[in-house]
Design a protein. Structure first.
Length: 244
């Protein structure tokens, strides 16, 4: 697995944003105060037309090595444990990516989290039903520091899937990287689609940015409670169109 996350993002997190050390972070109520670098940015990501980035909810525990900067480097954990695992969050994403790019799909996508620190320890498990992320944590990371938007701009992502429909999605109403007046609401914020026997939150928008005339954004329900076949089919079909 060719994972360039540390070289790409540690300077942004530690030097430019000064995560942990800046005033916003100092006032945050996160309990595990080690920001997680993006799970994955494949070495061939920038060469794809779509530049697909998946954005998940907050992580659990310390899924990687704590660097001298205080950031968590998850690259070894992703390669050896998480990418092959059967949990829906990973296995559904893996299948979606492999349908698009083949068995080495991890080299062609980026995968990160909306919030960089967490309130959930490893002992809570991947399937913990209670999300302990506070609004203050989310507001600090997304609105005040804009970490996710700086990640998106750094790698010039063109297609973004947020698995965060149930997590304070009003924080994503503004798109700081968008050219003024270019945001198009393709669906209402409270829109949903059928996914098997369930409804799946599905909020779709597009906008222009400094690097593309057509940034595609989809805020969708988390994979965890959804049937695999239907969820994978819906997301794969949405990701197939050429955004340029």
């Amino acid at each position: 697995m060719n994972n360039d996350t540390r070289a790409t993002f540690e300077p942004l997190f530690a030097r430019d944003l000064r995560l942990i050390e800046n005033l916003v972070c100092e006032q945050c109520d996160a309990q595990i105060r080690h920001p997680l670098l993006p799970w994955l940015v494949g070495r061939s990501f920038s060469g794809t037309t779509e530049r697909i980035m998946f954005v998940g909810k907050p992580h659990r525990g310390l899924p990687g090595d704590i660097l001298p900067s205080g950031m968590i480097d998850p690259t070894a954990m992703v390669a050896n444990v998480l990418w092959p695992i059967s949990w829906p969050y990973w296995s559904y994403t893996r299948e979606i990516a492999e349908r698009l790019y083949g068995k080495n799909a991890h080299d062609f996508i980026a995968f990160t989290n909306l919030i960089k620190c967490t309130n959930v320890g490893a002992e809570d498990g991947e399937s913990a039903s209670t999300d302990k992320t506070t609004y203050h944590m989310s507001e600090s990371c997304v609105l005040k520091l804009g970490v996710i938007w700086k990640e998106i701009a750094l790698v010039e992502a063109r297609t973004i899937v947020f698995y965060t429909y149930g997590l304070f999605r009003e924080l994503l109403r503004d798109i700081p990287v968008a050219v003024r007046g270019s945001i198009r609401e393709m669906t209402p914020q409270d829109h949903s689609v059928r996914c098997g026997q369930k409804r799946l939150g599905w909020w779709e928008r597009t906008c222009a940015t400094a690097w593309t005339d057509n940034l595609r954004l989809l805020v969708v329900g988390h994979p965890e409670p959804m049937r695999r076949a239907e969820f994978v089919e819906l997301l794969t079909n949405w990701l197939r169109p050429n955004p340029e």
